[in-house]
Design a protein around this ligand. Structure first.
Ligand SMILES: [Zn+2]
Length: 231
């Protein structure tokens, strides 16, 4: 796996806060000293995430999803800020963060669940122009690593039709409108009869995940399980 010099990667981008700046040897979820070589998330945070993380999302929030799970709350919890790990991944492009988040998702979620039987793992796509700008899709990195570890096919049949506004500042209703009709299946892609794990970095109101799942179900997918890093 390629590892970029974090200083150069970080300097190339502008950051929203100093905390988003990756400091070599410092944990991206607590800011403490990393106790293992080439790590981004320290062993202490890893243990806390495994102990307290791995939750189900219920109710209307998961309407098109057979089940929905997330690794850890977006806001800091038990002193562990997984939301910062996701933001740092997006801004820095340090792929190793995605691999460690996928490893923790394996530890906390997948080992406890039977949906390992899925036929395919699919990431929530970014719009082409957004992906070009960022250089990668963080959900794709995480989904790819989960697929590799679970030995489940990784496919990327979804496409974003419109470059939706950032969901961050929107109300729940506005989020629904914002992602309505946002996804479609690529030209000759087929998901007919497949049990799918749909992966995103963040599950807020579920608008994005449910919209994408709706498209997959419309196109004949058997069922869709949602998996996100934060909620
Ligand atoms: Zn830590």
């Amino acid at each position: 796996m390629l590892r970029f010099n974090p200083f150069f990667t970080a300097l190339k981008k502008s950051f929203t806060s100093l905390y988003d700046f990756i400091l070599p040897g410092l944990c991206v979820t607590c800011g403490g000293k990393i106790d293992r070589a080439f790590g981004f998330i320290c062993g202490k945070c890893g243990a806390i995430i495994i102990q307290h993380g791995g939750r189900m999302i219920e109710g209307r929030e998961r309407r098109n999803l057979k089940r929905a799970f997330y690794l850890y709350p977006y806001e800091s919890w038990y002193g562990v800020d997984v939301g910062n790990a996701v933001r740092t991944l997006k801004y820095s492009g340090y792929h190793g963060i995605a691999l460690e988040l996928a490893e923790l998702m394996m530890e906390t979620l997948v080992k406890r669940l039977e949906f390992i039987e899925a036929d395919a793992i699919i990431p929530i796509p970014l719009h082409t122009s957004r992906k070009r700008e960022r250089g990668f899709n963080q959900s794709e990195l995480i989904a790819g690593e989960l697929a590799r570890r679970l030995d489940i096919a990784f496919i990327d049949p979804l496409k974003r039709r419109k470059n939706t506004a950032s969901q961050a500042e929107l109300s729940s209703y506005e989020r629904e409108l914002n992602v309505k009709g946002a996804f479609e299946l690529r030209g000759n892609a087929s998901v007919e009869g497949l049990t799918i794990i749909l992966v995103d970095d963040q599950f807020t109101t579920g608008a994005t995940m449910n919209n994408a799942a709706g498209v997959l179900l419309d196109k004949g997918a058997y069922e869709v399980v949602g998996l996100s890093v934060t909620h």
